[in-house]
Design a binder for this molecule. Structure first.
Ligand code: DON
Length: 572
């Protein structure tokens, strides 16, 4: 054995002995012995728990939860959408990101949302079938089951199938979001029939049944990915999309693949922070912000995260990372994304040099770039099984109820994720994000995302977290990481008041109660423009405190989610 060890092998062995084993190997054999599920809907949490108790692992539970959310949170995610799954396998210690992001159809083109004068037509990438990318979620379910799960799709999809057939109850959140999209839903016969009641808002407690979606899930259970991307159902999807003004082709569906990518890993306060790789901007921006902030904290000889200086430095680090996001980030299969450079501590040290301790940097004074639209709904869930496998997944159809179009006879609600491309360099989307060449539309390309499923861990803690929230996802996850690395409880990670800056527009967004009056005044005197917005995000997180082997989970009090920690033998 020894004689076959390569030169590299010796170096690796030396590093291992000299620097200490990576934490996951040091921890081999340890397991939380309980399981935890945190999702944005109680029915999805119940589905995850049921599958874990039936002997499934965290990846099987991720299938069950994804499908149940597709039914019960139709405004957030679904079979017609996409997302990113961050997985950790306990036995190998391996982390991997499943990229199930939507792709632009083959007939998409760079200027498809511009009129003859070259002016953007914002509605076209938001409402209706032309806004829909090729979905990734059905392929992700098959991939999870096939490569990572223990159970067959027939078993893991069952709770969602039952839920779709029997119906879920209308909640206040459902009514609020239907109200937001009522016009577009009423215009589409498929959506109108399912999501509205005689064209009006359904009452609280009314049941929303989706028999066509139940049949589509059954077909997926029986035939796997081909049941969705090929054959009769694919024909129906393409037909429905084209009749509604879209440009999908059968080859777009047949050609869709989930891509496994290495996550972006950074280090902060002795923790390893593992997050989403491009085509999400999450991991890169998070690393850039954490590195810059750590440099500034060293320069200050220590920093309280919630002091005026801590908040000022956080804002300045966010500003610069979102500037770089706008310039450099896009689908790595189409453009070269300088991940190493942007996530290196040296690069952050350079950025920190330009940050004053007393004055805000106007965004306009940074080298200009030209950003992409984000919508106000999406979902995140976090799962850990008793063996120590875990999943963070953020999934989306973009806007509430996506494009608003449900393809007849399929129950599939189309996404409007094409809106995440930058339609024209420099033109801000409705959320004020701008984008450049790296995120221009091209056939088959994946639009840039902010979705950031994340792990934060060291020898004492494994944290699993994420949230919806469009452009603010990254800064909310940042808030979660800062709270986690201060050793606070998981209930605080999700509840922590939020603060956000995205380079342009040049303003700091805070929730009511984030800043004291004195802090607000001091930040304004430094030159920050501060706007208070309603609560944002819907974080779902869990923490395995390895010291004492304690599992905790929490659902964001801003949403309607549910988090549970349980023994496998315990009846639900
Ligand atoms: O991928 C993205 O970044 C967006 N489509 C996510 C949209 C979103 O989070 C809306 N949420 N509330």
């Amino acid at each position: 054995m020894m004689s076959r060890m390569t030169g590299m092998g010796w170096i690796a062995l030396f590093a291992f002995v000299a620097l200490g084993a990576p934490w996951h190997l040091a921890a081999a054999g340890e397991a939380p012995r309980q399981a935890a599920v945190a999702t944005a809907h109680p029915a999805a949490t119940a589905a995850g728990r049921e599958v874990l108790q039936a002997g499934g692992n965290a990846f099987d539970a991720a299938v069950a939860v994804t499908a149940a959310l597709a039914v019960a949170e139709p405004y957030s995610s679904g079979l017609g959408g996409g997302g990113f799954y961050l997985l950790h396998q306990a036995d190998s210690g391996r982390d991997v990101m499943l990229d199930a992001r939507e792709r632009a159809p083959g007939q998409a083109s760079r200027d498809m949302y511009l009129d003859d004068e070259g002016e953007p037509q914002p509605q076209l990438s938001v409402d209706g079938a032309l806004a829909a990318g090729i979905p990734g979620i059905p392929a992700a379910l098959d991939h999870l089951a096939d490569r990572y799960g223990r159970l067959a799709l027939g078993e893991t999809l069952q709770p969602a199938i039952t839920l779709a057939r029997e119906g879920f109850e209308v909640t206040p959140m459902y009514r609020r979001l239907v109200g937001f999209r009522q016009e577009v839903l009423a215009d589409d016969p498929g959506s109108r029939e399912i999501f509205l009641h005689a064209g009006a808002l359904p009452d609280l407690g009314q049941l929303i049944r989706q028999p066509d979606l139940a049949a589509t899930l059954e077909r997926l259970a029986l035939e796997g990915r081909d049941g969705f991307y090929q054959g009769e159902l694919a024909g129906r999807l393409v037909d429905g999309v084209r009749k509604a003004g879209g440009i999908w082709c059968r080859s777009d569906l047949a050609g869709y693949r989930v891509v496994e990518r290495d996550p972006v890993v950074s280090r902060f306060r002795g923790f390893e922070v593992v997050s989403a790789a491009p085509p999400s901007s999450g991991g890169v921006a998070l690393a850039e912000i954490l590195n810059t902030y750590a440099t500034l904290a060293r320069r200050a000889g220590g920093l309280d995260d919630l002091s005026v200086l801590g908040l000022h430095y956080r804002i300045e680090a966010m500003r610069r990372a979102y500037r770089d996001r706008a310039e450099y980030l896009g689908d790595p299969d189409y453009v070269d994304v300088p991940v190493e450079r942007l996530t290196s501590p040296d690069y952050a040290a350079g950025l920190a040099v330009g940050i004053s301790p007393s004055d805000a940097t106007p965004s306009a004074s940074l080298a200009p770039v030209i950003t992409a639209p984000e919508g106000p709904h999406t979902t995140h869930f976090s799962i850990m099984d008793a063996d120590g496998n875990y999943v963070a997944a953020t999934l989306s159809i973009n806007y509430p109820f996506g494009a608003g179009v449900t393809v007849p006879g399929t129950g599939v609600l189309l996404n409007d994720e094409m809106d995440d491309f930058s339609q024209k360099p420099g033109v801000p989307n409705v959320y004020g994000l701008i984008g450049a060449e790296a995120n221009a539309i091209a056939p088959g390309k994946r639009p840039l995302s902010s979705m950031s499923p994340t792990f934060v861990r060291n020898d004492e803690l494994v944290g699993v977290l994420g949230t919806p929230g469009g452009s603010r996802i990254i800064t909310m996850v940042l808030g979660g990481v800062l709270t986690a690395t201060r050793g606070e409880s998981v209930a605080d990670w999700v509840a922590e008041p939020r603060i956000h800056h995205q380079y342009l527009p040049d303003r700091v967004e805070v929730e009511p109660g984030t800043l004291s009056e004195d802090q607000r005044v001091e930040l304004e005197l430094m030159g920050h423009r501060i706007e208070t917005n309603d609560g944002f995000g819907n974080m779902q997180a869990l923490a395995w405190w390895r010291d004492g082997n304690r599992l905790e989970a929490a659902a964001d009090p801003r949403g309607e989610g549910e988090a549970v920690v349980f023994d496998l033998r315990q009846a639900p």
